[in-house]
Design a protein around this ligand. Structure first.
Ligand code: APR
Ligand code: PHB
Length: 385
């Protein structure tokens, strides 16, 4: 198996395949340090934690992850509690994606799997033959890797998706007219559970990594630059958007990371073309409202790893034949949920006064209807595989 991309999708797939005796080679463009420097979301569904455990990388999640029974959705001082545990019997685990990736690299090292960093000019060929080929160069030297299958785990800007001919591919996209400015700070979290805040000033999120490491976000125009956001400006903007009690009690401090990410929903179908299978961000992007990005990548890996093991070890093709439809069915539901959460909680620039009333009504409905809260909780904790 050739795996293009050594992010969470590629690493987890490689880990599960190698444990089942299927050999893989990961081809990654960046250095390991660069991959591990990216700060991403930090909420794991229970299905994600279970698959990490099955892959032999569950120990640190178990030890250092923070189990959360619920979260808050707020509108100025209205706070709606979504009690996942009471509504669904399940929890989520707060544990940074960077930590997951670190654990996967260590586990891959321990197994001695092959990860080649610094590859350039990746080209995938012979996808309709019984043996496929990945050509690439490293330190200016051209190389060729023959393989049975190729997993495209190379993120939104990778080459795998574009290998599928335009006439075969269908793409769906919604670009939102705002981004998230994220700040990491060595301060205690503002609240013991996450707060997703709608306000007349725009959206904010209070999240965390541990008891002395907070992660916050505020909605900003896509044209904003990080340099325009001093720590003071960030904290005062955040405080205006959170419920007043929380804002008053919140501890602020110097930021240790600050970045702006655009928000988009994107999906490309099908996920399979010949011997190529797309996984994770290579095939779909969701806005971070609801923290579905990593969890969706993991459910793709869940479907694909068993299908590939069946194809390679037992020469049974039903699993790989069904991969695209099976994974897409779950992907579209998570696309819907993250789009709905984004629409319900963000201020759109050109919106009329009606839009703000609709957002308030959505939160008031959640406050008064257990059925509505259960529907949200069921999606947030992760739909079944
Ligand atoms: N050749 C080799 N490697 C590549 C290429 C290429 N042409 N293009 C991209 N890559 C590598 C990137 O450097 C990156 O390390 O592929 C990897 C893709 O990793 P991610 O973008 O993290 O995507 P994925 O592994 O699918 O992770 C799922 O969940 O929370 C979300 O977006 C978040 O990254 C997260 C995702
Ligand atoms: C985060 O902690 O980075 C985070 C949490 C929840 C989200 C998005 C990001 O929905």
């Amino acid at each position: 198996m050739a795996i293009i991309g050594g992010g969470p999708s590629g690493l987890l797939l490689s880990q599960l395949l190698n444990r089942a005796g299927v050999d893989t080679v990961i081809l990654e463009r960046s250095t390991r340090e660069h991959v591990l420097s990216r700060i991403r979301a930090g909420v794991l569904e229970s299905g994600t934690v279970e698959l990490l455990r099955e892959a032999g990388v569950g120990d640190r999640v178990e030890l250092h992850g923070l189990p959360h029974d619920g979260c808050y959705l707020t509108d100025d001082d209205l706070m709606v509690h979504i009690n996942f545990k009471a509504l669904t019997g399940k929890q989520v685990m707060v544990f940074g994606q960077t930590e997951v990736t670190t654990d996967l690299y260590s586990a891959q090292d321990a197994m001695g799997t092959m990860i080649i960093h610094g590859v350039e000019d990746v080209r995938i060929t012979d996808l309709d033959q019984s043996q496929s080929c990945v050509e690439f160069s490293i330190d200016g030297v051209s190389k060729k890797l023959n393989c049975l299958y190729v997993a495209g785990c190379d993120g939104f800007h990778g080459v795998s998706r574009n290998t599928i001919p335009l006439g075969v591919r269908r793409e769906y996209e919604r670009v939102y007219p705002f981004g998230w400015l994220g700040v990491l700070s060595e301060t205690p979290p503002a609240n013991h559970e996450l707060i997703y805040a709608n306000s007349s000033h725009g959206f904010a999120l209070a999240s965390m990594r541990n008891e002395n490491l907070s992660r916050y976000y505020v909605q900003v125009p896509t044209t904003d630059k990080v340099q325009e956001w001093s720590d003071d400006r960030f904290w005062s903007t955040l405080k205006k958007r959170l419920p007043s009690d929380t804002a008053e009690a919140m501890v602020t401090g110097a930021s240790i990371e600050k970045s702006i990410a655009p928000l988009r929903s994107f999906a490309s179908e099908p996920l399979r073309w010949g011997n190529l299978f797309l996984v994770g961000d290579a095939a779909h992007i969701v806005p971070p409202t609801g923290a579905k990005g990593l969890n969706l990548a993991v459910s793709d890996v869940y479907y694909l790893h068993s299908a590939l093991i069946d194809a390679v070890k037992a020469k049974r093709s039903a699993g790989i034949d069904g991969y695209s439809d099976r994974a897409l069915a779950r992907i579209w539901k998570a696309m819907r949920f993250s789009w709905q959460m984004t629409t319900m909680l963000h201020r759109f620039d050109d919106e009329d006064s009606f839009a703000a009333q609709m957002r308030k009504a959505s939160l008031n409905h959640l406050a008064s209807s257990e059925t509505a809260r259960r529907e949200l909780a069921e999606n947030y904790i992760g739909l079944p595989y």
